[in-house]
Design a protein around this ligand. Structure first.
Ligand SMILES: Nc1ncnc2c1ncn2[C@@H]1O[C@H](COP(=O)(O)O)[C@@H](OP(=O)(O)O)[C@H]1O
Ligand SMILES: [Mg+2]
Length: 557
């Protein structure tokens, strides 16, 4: 039986420098907590498509690989869908690990540029092909609707013959391993036409149906090609809401402590140690189903082993930290994807003191779902439209783990409008719990805690609506921002407060002459800003404005 080895080919590209997850972006003083929430085990959404091909497909599974979790642990709906999705994502993780190893070890040229200049690799297409193929085999292609990030345009060009061959080889080598994951393989190799068909079966048009899968085959492709974090994200949407989410995080180990080591170092160490479920190079797969109020994490499979459900699954909970000063917020590594200077100002204003955790991809959602961080803020440039596949799986897992995901206005993300999160108020905000909502500079207690129904803004729980950063209900009370809410900045209509210029301001919290004084960056100097004084250590940017809360109590260019 072959393993998911990577096919090689050559294409002009450049692989950027390696950017690894370093100690300095993952502070050691974070606290882990467990939140005790009443889990909602009702599942009124259950559907199970049982086609003859699904029955055959599942009966082809190894006896050992059948679901072993007790029935009381699982809500009724989606158990088969979840099982297949988790297995497919595990298989995809192995494929990606091999491709990433090759990319790094061979100074390989497997990275291709899309029209928008974002990178795409053979892993993106290959994962999309295998997930599409597996789901289609399970349910029959006519019964499955998949929306995914990649199309076949670049792959179908005459000049891309070698690229296509590499993808076909990678797909077949991986599908040959399907039985190890308890999945039925194709028997004979798929040809190029079948692979292209599997990829293109994932059409964007499906995003408007009442039930469809959504896949980001390699989320955080930049992290992937840099040997860093990335995720494989698969979700099932029904009636505009994610009902099942699986996040494969091949470089996010089961044990948080191992994050301090660079990925390459962990891989070397793991080769020197025995392969157990606690092996150092183990990535993780997180998953949840709507309504259970529970979320899970499994280690990636040892390379030689067979996947046996539940594969050492461990329940995860979001952090219970309720003090913003102890909380850590996540944000994208790439400044182009989210304004670091803006989030730094925001974070300071609401009392967040830890260094931000900057990490590629939906691993940010994973970090919060498992209690490694508390807040995720993404503030994309004006005009950027968030895609559903960049959020769906993470949102559901966070919610089932006890967290909350909203836009800046405190509204849940809307997955019912097609490929994009339409109407999204530019900030995506994710909180580990409702308690961590730093509304009014502190802790907000809601009437009642819940988990499974969180994305409904608590309406079916009798909870209060969840105030977002700037949203209805007071927002963060950020001087200069919260105050400008009515004027447009961060408000439901989006846009900046004054003439398109961000003018962050803070009320100094340092003991001394500046305590309580409000400083505001002069509009003329603002591009990004850094700060001086205690508690102003991170962020920085290019220093368009400096706030001195220690001695002079002024903000200057
Ligand atoms: N200008 C931009 N602003 C915000 N998000 C962007 C962006 N360009 C790309 N993205 C999205 O951000 C994702 C990466 O997230 P992050 O920056 O958190 O690592 C990308 O996923 P892909 O890598 O799958 O294309 C892409 O969908
Ligand atoms: Mg993505």
């Amino acid at each position: 039986m072959s393993s998911c080895t990577t096919a090689t080919t050559s294409f002009p590209t450049k692989v950027p420098h390696i950017h690894s997850w370093k100690n300095d972006v993952f502070p050691k003083n974070q606290l882990l907590g467990t939140l005790s929430l009443s889990s909602k085990k009702n599942s009124h959404l259950g559907f199970t498509v049982k086609t003859s091909s699904q029955t055959n497909f599942l009966s082809a599974m190894d006896e050992d690989c059948k679901l072993e979790v007790s029935s009381s642990d699982i809500p009724d709906g989606y158990s088969k869908e979840l099982e297949i999705a988790v297995r497919a994502v595990h298989m995809a993780c192995l494929l990606c690990q091999r491709v990433q190893d090759n990319l790094l070890s061979e100074s390989s040229e497997h990275v291709h540029s899309k029209e928008d200049n974002s990178p795409v690799t053979i892993a993106d297409w290959s994962v999309q092909a295998i997930v599409s193929w597996v789901l289609s085999e399970a349910y029959g292609s006519e019964n499955v609707s998949i929306v995914a990030e990649e199309d076949v345009e670049a792959l179908s060009k005459a000049s891309a013959v070698g690229l296509l061959e590499a993808v076909v080889r990678t797909v077949n080598e991986c599908l040959a391993d399907a039985p190890r994951f308890g999945l039925k393989g194709p028997g004979t190799d798929l040809d190029a036409k079948a692979v292209l068909e599997a990829i293109s079966r994932c059409s964007l048009a499906g995003a408007t149906g009442s039930k469809f899968w959504v896949l980001d085959p390699v989320d955080g492709t930049l992290g992937f090609v840099r040997g860093d974090q990335y995720a494989i994200a698969l979700a099932l949407i029904e009636d505009g809401e994610p009902v099942l989410g699986v996040l494969g995080c091949p470089n996010y180990p089961m044990k948080k402590e191992w994050l301090s080591y660079q990925n390459g170092y962990r891989r070397i160490l793991s080769r020197l140690t025995s392969h157990t479920s606690e092996s150092l190079d183990k990535g993780s797969v997180l998953y949840a189903r709507k309504g259970g109020g529970r979320a899970w994490m499994q280690p990636l499979m040892c390379r030689e082993n067979n996947f046996v459900w539940p594969n050492s699954a461990r329940e995860i909970r979001a952090s219970s930290i309720d003090n913003p000063a102890l909380a850590t917020f996540c944000e994208p590594v790439e400044k182009a994807n989210s304004s670091h200077s803006f989030t730094a100002g925001l974070a300071h204003s609401v009392g967040l003191r830890n260094q931000p955790l900057r990490v590629y991809s939906m691993v940010k959602y994973a970090a919060i779902a498992r209690g490694d961080a508390e807040i995720f803020m993404k503030f994309a440039r004006a005009g950027y439209k968030e895609k559903i596949w960049d959020h769906a799986a993470g949102v559901l897992i966070i919610e089932e783990a006890g967290g909350v995901v909203t836009d800046a206005g405190g509204r849940p993300l809307d997955f019912s409008k097609g490929e994009y999160l339409e109407g999204l108020d530019r900030v995506t905000s994710t909180f580990a719990t409702r308690h961590i909502n730093p509304k009014n500079h502190g802790v907000e207690k809601t009437k009642k805690e819940g988990s499974g129904g969180a994305r409904n803004n608590g309406n079916d729980n009798g909870d209060e609506p969840f105030g977002g950063f700037f949203g209805p209900g007071g927002g963060f009370n950020i001087p200069g921002l919260g105050g400008a809410y009515g004027g447009g900045f961060g408000g439901p209509k989006g846009g900046y407060a004054k003439g398109g210029v961000i003018r962050p301001s803070v009320v100094c919290k340092d003991k001394g002459p500046c305590l309580g004084k409000k400083l505001r960056c002069p509009a003329k100097c603002f591009k990004s800003y850094s700060r001086a004084g205690k508690g102003y250590g991170y962020g920085g940017g290019s220093g368009g404005c400096t706030m001195d809360c220690k001695k002079k109590c002024v903000a200057y260019c």
